[in-house]
Design a protein around this ligand. Structure first.
Ligand SMILES: Nc1nc2c(ncn2[C@@H]2O[C@H](COP(=O)(O)OP(=O)(O)OP(=O)(O)O)[C@@H](O)[C@H]2O)c(=O)[nH]1
Ligand SMILES: [Mg+2]
Length: 477
């Protein structure tokens, strides 16, 4: 390979998943994938660009069209080895029966390495052997990739046995499930197929890793920003007569909800873009808890913390409970409910349910003179719910292979198991305390503590995202 960046052509039989493998590997959702064989009709380059620099390039190719005759021609070729491919292409360029064979071999003739993709869930055929032999004769560095489209694993041994004769390395790679870890593993395998490629690929791998970390960090920043913006948000309206109050409150509540929803959407879009899900509006699964409204009962039951966890994290003080209940139960004095805060262990259920999450009570309404203010939110659970929704969304995006296109069938892993589905429920109490300190710093407008707790929360989210990036569990779904 003479180029300054590594170039690999993804080659194989039609419809085996070449474009899917490429799409996932290059994290490029613009790659065309289809259940109908012959989707890729010509070669197309997909550069991987990080910080404005092309690092590595993958070339999508059409499937072999006439492998047996191509092999026969090559086996009878007598000229110099390095002229095999150019001579073959010259001799068949005008013949429509060899259009795809010429096209797919052109990048190899130009020095590209080969990633040969097969569907390992079907039996090996003579045709496959012919294709492998063609690639061996090219002398290009070659990696065999087993991308199983079906569940049947009984043919894998025979694929491995055959591959060992023709390839420098073999890798199992599921184009619909592979995540960050498997992408790196595949690049590591490529490193092994040719010594000359090794230094170049080492650089590619470290740049990929650094870039991934930067994405996780930026996502964490975005999530902290969202929490601070939403939890600090307030808006006011003036109210003339007493009768007006309810309708103004309703309107303010709606404004508040619209604001939070807009902010959440913006954050999600930014995170999706960071992980290069650009073309398809990577939808959430239809049965996902994330499809539920932020303020719905279901959301609050599934996500966030239990009362006990909230108390242990120091998240609830008498005053917070008091403020919530005070407004919920109009006419009952603040003081009475503040006192209740001390018995929260026993009165835990107070903090659950519809009353607190529906409407005005949550949102910290203040009525003073002729003005009504909504926000900043007084219910700390909102912080944990928002945070869990962000983490759940990010876990989905991080682990969604770009070559996977069955958007409607996805299941969010974390919604499958566990009693509580949110991530923060599994955090340590100390970590949850940081969240609670941040919340109270926002309430008190304490810039110093806010700065410190934001920085700590950022670190916690980065750690969580790093863990999610290595989550092999997700691949079951
Ligand atoms: N279930 C499953 N389906 C896959 C997998 N890989 C590819 N497919 C599906 O197989 C079909 C063909 O995938 P492509 O990536 O377009 O295959 P290709 O080899 O590029 O096909 P051509 O360009 O037509 O030669 C698509 O419907 C893919 O969604 C996989 O790992 N699992
Ligand atoms: Mg294709």
């Amino acid at each position: 390979m003479t180029t300054a960046i590594p170039i690999f052509a993804v080659i194989g039989h039609p419809n085996e998943g070449k474009s899917s493998v490429l799409s996932t590997l290059a994290e490029d959702d613009s790659v065309r994938i289809s259940p109908v064989p012959g989707e890729t009709t010509d070669i197309q380059s997909f550069p991987v660009i990080i910080d404005g620099q092309e690092l590595i390039r993958f070339v999508d190719t059409p499937g072999f069209q006439n492998p047996r005759q191509t092999l026969t021609w090559m086996q009878s070729y007598q000229g110099p080895t390095d002229q095999l491919l150019p001579t073959f292409i010259d001799a068949h360029r005008e013949n429509p029966e060899f259009h795809d064979d010429c096209a797919l071999l052109a990048p190899v003739a130009a020095g590209a390495g080969v990633i040969f993709v097969v569907d390992g869930s079907r039996p090996l055929r003579n045709m496959d052997k012919a294709e492998m032999e063609i690639l061996r004769l090219t002398g290009a560095p070659r990696l065999a990739v087993i991308n199983s489209k079906g569940e049947d694993s009984s043919y894998l041994d025979s694929w491995h046995a055959e591959f060992r004769k023709h390839f420098n390395a073999i890798r199992v790679f599921n184009s619909c499930r592979a995540n960050y870890v498997q992408r790196i593993e595949l690049l590591e395998s490529l490193k092994a197929i040719d010594q000359q490629l090794e230094p170049l690929l080492k650089k590619v791998i470290t740049t990929f890793q650094r870039d991934w970390q930067a994405r996780n960090q930026r996502s964490a920043e975005l999530i902290v920003e969202l929490l601070r913006d939403v939890l600090d948000y307030r808006t006011t309206a003036t109210c003339g007569t007493k009768d007006d109050e309810t309708s103004i409150k309703k309107k303010l509540t709606q404004d508040y909800r619209d604001y939070v929803s807009r902010k959440e959407q913006q954050t999600r879009k930014a995170i999706r873009t960071l992980y290069k899900h650009n073309i398809f509006d990577l939808e959430l699964p239809p049965h996902s808890i994330l499809q539920e409204d932020l303020f719905s009962d279901k959301t609050w039951e599934f996500l966030g913390l239990t009362n006990k966890q909230l108390v242990l994290a120091g998240a609830i003080s008498g005053a917070t409970i008091g403020a919530g209940i005070d407004l919920a139960a109009a006419g009952v004095s603040f003081g009475v409910f503040s006192a209740l805060g001390g018995f929260l262990g026993a009165a835990g259920t107070l903090f659950k349910g519809k009353d607190l999450i529906d409407g005005f009570e949550l949102l910290g309404f203040k009525v003073g003179g002729e003005s009504i203010q909504v926000g900043p939110a007084r219910n700390i659970q909102l912080l944990f719910i928002l945070l869990d929704r962000c983490l759940l969304f990010t876990s989905h995006v991080i682990n969604w292979a770009h070559g996977r296109r069955d958007y409607d069938q996805a299941v969010l892993l974390r919604e499958q198991d566990d009693d509580k589905k949110g991530f923060t429920s599994n955090w340590s109490n100390d970590d949850r305390k940081v969240c609670s300190q941040l919340f109270h710093a926002l309430q008190k407008q304490d810039a110093d503590i806010l700065g410190k707790t934001s920085a700590r929360l950022y670190e916690m989210i980065v750690r969580q995202l790093q863990q999610l990036s290595e989550d092999r569990q997700f691949q079951k779904y």
